[in-house]
Design a protein around this ligand. Sequence first.
Ligand code: PMP
Length: 307
Amino acid sequence: MTMFGKGKIWFNGKLVDWKKAQIHVLSHVIHYGSSVFEGVRCYETPKGPAIFRADAHIDRLFDSAKIYRMEIPFTKAQITKAMVDVVRLNKLKSCYIRPFAFRGYGAMGLNPLKNPVQACIAAWNWGAYLGEESLKKGISVRVSSWQRPAPNTFPTLAKAGGNYLNGSLMKMEAIDAGFDEAIALDTHGYVSEGSGENIFIVKNGVIFTPPSSSAILAGITRHAVFVFAREMGIEIRQQVLPRESLYIADEVFFSGTASEIVPVTTVDNIKVGNGLRGPVTERLQKAFFEIVRGETPDRFNWLTPVK
Ligand code: PMP
């Protein structure tokens, strides 16, 4: 089984050794942050490994590239097949997959259009992002002193490398202050999202989450939460949320590919509800893990088998 640092990486259409997947130090991406990427998970199921929502991730990768006028020199079908190949050839079962594209080596200077677009896919074992225990016990979160970017500055619907400078500031500040994760507000002071997660609030049996105009990434796990909630008959609303709605919520949870569905049990050291994972969060986690692990039929056609 491939651990981080070993195995093969798909690099512009060829499988190369992990250590040989290198680029020049003067590549555009290093100086100007010009990359777009995805984080995808593959889970072990009774029928073998299966990639969760491969199509949605590849669509978002190409959308991110489109926003930045980046032509990925491969088709969506080629990238999807390559993701499957990387998992299979590295003999991975349950893993994290990182497809990405970036502006490579060519001219120096801000204009990226003379630099070749390169594409890569790596995969490795990666357990629960915020710790295995967090899925049950929940995590502690603080509202960040950093805000998400204002509209028409950095497009947050693009999953672009440069956006994560903002997320890193949030994450470092939170860790330094002894919290597990941070929540950013947008530049209007409304709740936006975590450094790498979408956020949900449950209040009086209704689920609320910020809309795309609150500087969020339109998460694929977030979309899955909508699908599950509707299936369960739980009302779910996209709504601008004031900061204090976090403090008076019955439940708060994050969603994300890396973090999956994780309860937030304190915000700014204030207990959310009774400080334990709430029933709505638990039901959604159950629905999520049953489907990704192939324990129930793939009724939404969300799994791509690795054969
Ligand atoms: N917001 C940000 C900033 C993220 O990096 C992520 C992780 N990709 C998410 C939300 C959650 O998105 P998804 O469910 O598609 O992983």
